[in-house]
Every structure is written in structure tokens, then in C-alpha cells.
Ligand binder design. Structure first.
Ligand code: AMP
Length: 311
């Protein structure tokens, strides 16, 4: 596995790979000239963008990318643009040595770990207004719902870093988790609207046996809070049962979720909303597909979860 910290090194590696070195392991970065037997399209590259602290959820994306591509690139970057100043940027779990082992064990070809300075030209690691940067603004209709309401700058930061990573790597496919359903919808729209290269592949949510969705932020939970947090998925499952009993109105489904969480201990609901999974438009009724998404505070962690309902 190669580990790159600069854009130039990563791009040199990918250029050599695309230019004839079909096997990622055989790329010789010291080569000054190389054969051009293969067209640029002949080597498929799978990109898995992450913020590190890798767990089984991330690994499911990497494994899928491994199955579908000649070369797998994983990026690890705790993106300051997607944290608002009062959020957990400084405390976000970081464990590069562990992440390197995970990536080696899942046969990642290239690990890209840029510094903030490398990606944004910022010496200062604090979240700020970043007024000197060009940023990508997703449509307001996709920001005024779900997590966008309480994290107004978050998805602008996500869209900006994803656009940069796509432009740097030119992936054939890029892998995202359904756990971040709003991110998935916004990234799909971003790729379509800006004609970015690459196909978006969405992977299912990986859960603990308790039902709790795996998340780097679960690291903040005490054992008791981890148990309390299982109410998130339980509440979604109750709503799903009601949907399977032919309830098509969204409000009764949300009422079930709210009731379940209000009756639980140690969990404070931020929102429970029902939207269309592609457009994120709030739904009154589910006509074809619906996304029920929730966010809740458990201890110092803000956790999210969701379920997609289809007729
Ligand atoms: P993060 O490091 O939190 O930015 O996540 C990187 C990618 O992993 C995102 O596309 C997430 O949606 C995905 N991911 C995180 N947790 C899970 C999970 N439990 N199941 C599936 N994908 C996940």
C-alpha cells in the first residue's frame, strides 16, 4: 500500500497507473518514462472518502470498492470546512496508525492523507468562515432540511471537499454510506450538476448487533450511553412496522419515532423528518419511496440514523 500526503504524489501515481501500469503494486514512482499501452479508461479507480477512525462501516465501502475496481484509493481527511466552530473538530477521533492497518488489511492500494494546508492552503486548523476559498454551495432546498437545519455550513464543506477529491482522483466510482443519507443525495446532485467524473455507489448501513449504526462518533459514548443510543434504530423500526401496516402518511410515522425517543432515557431528539430520498423534499405522504431520518444527542455525541421505505 502506498501512502501519500501530497496531491502531486498521488496524481503522479494515478497517472502512471492509468498510463500502462495496470497493477497498482507495480507502479514505480521513480520511472521517468512509461509505456502507454492502455487508454486512460482501462484502469478503474474506486475512491472511498473518509474522515478516518475507520470501522466496519468504512470497511464495507472499501471492500465493495475492492471488488469493483483495479485500484482502490482511500482518503482520510478531517475536513475543517464541514465543522461549525462550536462542533467537535478538535476532539474528532483520529487514529492514523490503526487506519493504516485497516487499509492494508483490506488491500487498499493508495491511502491519501493530506494536511489541511495541502488541501486548502490553510495553516490554521481551526474552523472558520474560510472567506478566501472558493466553495461549492448545494441547493438551498437540500440544506433547509434534516441536518442542514442545525449544521448550516456542514454540507457546503462536504460538497467542497468531495468536489476537490473528485477533481484530484478522477475516480471511476466513489463509495458513500447510506448512513449519511443527506450527504448521499447532495453528492449525487453535486456530481450531476457540476459534471464531475465518476459513478456514485451507495452502500448499506452497517450496524452493531444491538442495531446501533456504526459511527466514529460512537467513540464518545460510555457503555451505558451506547445502550441508550439503540433507541434510534428501534424507533425507526417501529415506524417501519407501521408503514408495513399500510400507513402512508408521514406524520404518524414520525409520531411513533418521537414517542419512542421521548420515552427513552438519556437521548434528546434533534429532529425526525420524512423526505424524498433523492430530492430531500419534505413528504406528507409516501407515494413511492420515503426517507425517515433522525438525529439525536446522546451524552456529548450527536448521532444520526435513517431508514428508507419503498412501496
Ligand atoms: P466519515 O468518516 O464519517 O466521513 O464516513 C466516511 C464514509 O463512510 C461515508 O460515506 C459514510 O456514510 C460511511 N459510513 C460511516 N458509517 C457507516 C456505517 N455504519 N455504514 C455504512 N457506511 C458508513
Amino acid at each position: 500500500m502506498r501512502c501519500f500526503t501530497t496531491i502531486t504524489e498521488l496524481q503522479t501515481y494515478l497517472k502512471l497507473l492509468r498510463s500502462g501500469n495496470r497493477s497498482p503494486a507495480s507502479v514505480n514512482l521513480a520511472q521517468s518514462s512509461f509505456t502507454r499501452n492502455h487508454s486512460a479508461q482501462s484502469v478503474s479507480i474506486g475512491l472511498v472518502p473518509t474522515m478516518g477512525a475507520l470501522h466496519q462501516g468504512h470497511m464495507s465501502l472499501i471492500e465493495r470498492a475492492r471488488q469493483e475496481n483495479d485500484c482502490v484509493v482511500v482518503s482520510i481527511f478531517v475536513n475543517p470546512l464541514q465543522f461549525t466552530p462550536q462542533e467537535d473538530l478538535a476532539h474528532y477521533p483520529r487514529n492514523l496508525e490503526h487506519d493504516k492497518v485497516v487499509c492494508k488489511n483490506t488491500a487498499v492500494d493508495a491511502l491519501f492523507v493530506p494536511t489541511i494546508d495541502e488541501l486548502y492552503g490553510l495553516k490554521n486548523e481551526q474552523a472558520g468562515p474560510f472567506t478566501h476559498l472558493t466553495q461549492v454551495m448545494p441547493p438551498a432546498s437540500m440544506l433547509n432540511v434534516l441536518c442542514g437545519r442545525s449544521r448550516p455550513l456542514h454540507f457546503q464543506g462536504v460538497a467542497t471537499v468531495v468536489a476537490k477529491l473528485f477533481n484530484i482522483v478522477h475516480p471511476t466510482r466513489a463509495y458513500f454510506g447510506q448512513k449519511d443519507a443527506q450527504q448521499v443525495a447532495i453528492v449525487r446532485k453535486l456530481v450531476a450538476d457540476l459534471n464531475l467524473p465518476g459513478q456514485i455507489v451507495v452502500c448499506p448501513i452497517v450496524r452493531e448487533s444491538s442495531g446501533l449504526a456504526l459511527s466514529s462518533r460512537n467513540f464518545y459514548l460510555t457503555p451505558a450511553q451506547r445502550q441508550q443510543a439503540t433507541v434510534l434504530y428501534r424507533s425507526l423500526q417501529k415506524a417501519q412496522q407501521l408503514f408495513h401496516a399500510q400507513e402512508r402518511n408521514v406524520q404518524p410515522l414520525l409520531d411513533v419515532i418521537q414517542q419512542e425517543i421521548v420515552n427513552s432515557i438519556g437521548v434528546k431528539l434533534d429532529y425526525a423528518e420524512g423526505v424524498h430520498p433523492d430530492t430531500l423534499v419534505p413528504l406528507v405522504q409516501i407515494e413511492d419511496r420515503g426517507l425517515l431520518a433522525i438525529a439525536a444527542h446522546v451524552g456529548s455525541a450527536r448521532l444520526i440514523d435513517n431508514i428508507t421505505l419503498s412501496i
